[in-house]
Design a protein around this ligand. Structure first.
Ligand code: ADP
Ligand code: MG
Length: 317
C-alpha cells in the first residue's frame, strides 16, 4: 500500500481566536479544515501557536498573586503548559466531533504535552523580543517590572507589554511518543505554543522563561516525523513581496533560493511573516521532495492540491 502523505499543520492566531468563546467557535472551523485533509487521504499532525492564550493565562496568574499572598508568581514555562492543555482540549474535542460527524470512527485524537529543549546560551535570552499579554500604562509597567523582574517594552504606541525571549527549538523531548502515536494512526496535537521551553541540567529539565515561535517548532516537528509537507495556516492566502504597497505581488510558487533573496531584501515583517518564510525555507531545503506551504486555514484543501497558497520548493540540481 502506498504511504499516506504526511502533513504537519501549524495553526496561527486566527485558527484559535482571542477569548474563550472565540476559541470555542474558531476550533469548529479549524476542525473542518483539518478533517478535509484527512478525507483527502493525508495523515495529519497538528501544531499551534499560543500568543493571546499564554498572555491571558499569565495575567490570570498575576491576578492570583494579588489576591493571595501565599501564591508565588507562576513561571512562564508553566503558563505555556497550561495553554497547551487548554487549547488541546478545545481542539481535540472539536476534531473528534467533526470526525464522527463524517462517519470517521477509526482516528483517535490526542494532545501530547510537549517539552522543547532550547540552548541556554541562545542569544535570544539576552534580547527578549516577543510581546505577550495585555497593554499597560507606564505606571503599571513599572510596578510589574519591579515586582516580577519582567522586561517591559513600549509596543508601537499602544502602551507597554511584557516581552519575553524567543529562543530557537533544539530538541522535542517527547518526539518518540509522538512518532509512535502518529505511526499507529492517531491524530496528534503536539508542540502547542511552540512547546514548553526547557533547558537541560543533567537529568533534570528546567523550565525556561521564554516562548518558542510555533513556526520554528512546527518545522522541527515536521523534520523529525519525516513529513512530506509543512503547512503554515495564517491570516493571508499567500505571501507577498512589496506587501501593502502598490507594487504588491502575491507569490504562487517560490524556490528556496528566491525566497532567501526576498528575505535579504526585507519583504517579510519580523515577528509575523518572516519566521514563517524562514521555517518554510528550512523545511523545503532539508530533504528532497519536501515542500512547505503558507496559506489561509479555509484554503488548506486547495493548497494541498496545489491550487493556491505560496508553495516553497527546493531547486535540487
Ligand atoms: P499567525 O498568528 O498566523 O502567526 P501573524 O499575524 O503572526 O499570524 O502573521 C501573519 C501576518 O503577517 C499576515 O496577516 C500579514 O498581515 C502579515 N505580513 C507581513 N508581511 C507579509 C508579507 N510579505 N506577505 C503576507 N503577509 C505579511
Ligand atoms: Mg505569529
Amino acid at each position: 500500500m502506498e504511504r499516506k502523505k504526511r502533513i504537519v499543520i501549524a495553526l496561527g492566531g486566527n485558527a484559535l481566536g482571542n477569548t474563550l468563546p472565540e476559541q470555542m467557535a474558531a476550533v469548529k472551523i479549524t476542525a473542518r479544515a483539518i478533517v478535509d485533509l484527512i478525507e483527502e487521504g493525508c495523515e495529519v499532525v497538528v501544531a499551534h501557536g499560543n500568543g493571546p492564550q499564554v498572555g491571558m493565562i499569565n495575567n490570570a496568574m498575576i491576578a492570583l498573586t494579588h489576591e493571595d499572598e501565599a501564591q508565588p508568581n507562576t513561571p512562564l514555562s508553566v503558563c505555556v503548559a497550561m495553554s497547551q492543555a487548554y487549547i488541546g482540549y478545545d481542539l481535540q474535542n472539536a476534531l473528534r466531533e467533526e470526525l464522527l460527524n463524517r462517519g470517521i470512527t477509526d482516528v483517535p485524537v490526542a494532545t501530547m504535552i510537549t517539552q522543547v529543549r532550547v540552548d541556554e546560551n541562545d542569544p535570544a535570552f539576552q534580547s527578549p523580543s516577543k510581546p505577550i499579554g495585555k497593554f499597560m500604562t507606564p505606571q503599571q509597567a513599572q510596578e510589574v517590572s519591579e515586582k516580577y523582574d519582567y522586561i517591559m517594552k513600549e509596543d508601537a504606541g499602544r502602551g507597554y507589554r511584557r516581552v519575553v525571549a524567543s529562543p530557537k527549538p533544539v530538541e522535542i523531548i517527547e518526539i518518540g511518543t509522538i512518532r509512535t502515536m502518529v505511526e499507529s494512526g492517531d491524530l496528534v496535537i503536539a508542540c502547542g505554543g511552540g512547546g514548553i521551553p526547557v533547558v537541560r541540567q543533567g537529568n533534570h529539565l528546567k523550565g525556561a522563561s521564554a516562548v518558542i515561535d510555533k513556526d520554528f517548532a512546527s518545522c522541527l516537528l515536521a523534520k523529525e516525523l519525516d513529513a512530506d509537507s509543512l503547512i503554515i495556516l495564517t491570516a493571508v492566502e499567500k505571501v507577498a513581496i512589496n506587501y501593502g504597497t502598490p507594487e504588491e505581488q502575491w507569490l504562487d510558487q517560490v524556490s528556496v533560493s528566491q525566497a532567501r533573496q526576498y528575505i535579504a531584501e526585507g519583504h517579510f515583517a519580523p515577528g509575523s511573516m518572516l519566521p514563517k518564510v524562514e521555517a518554510a525555507i528550512d523545511f523545503a531545503s532539508s530533504k528532497e521532495g519536501r515542500t512547505a506551504i503558507i496559506t489561509l486555514l479555509e484554503k488548506s484543501r486547495e493548497a494541498v492540491q496545489g491550487k493556491t497558497g505560496t508553495q516553497f520548493v527546493a531547486t535540487h540540481p
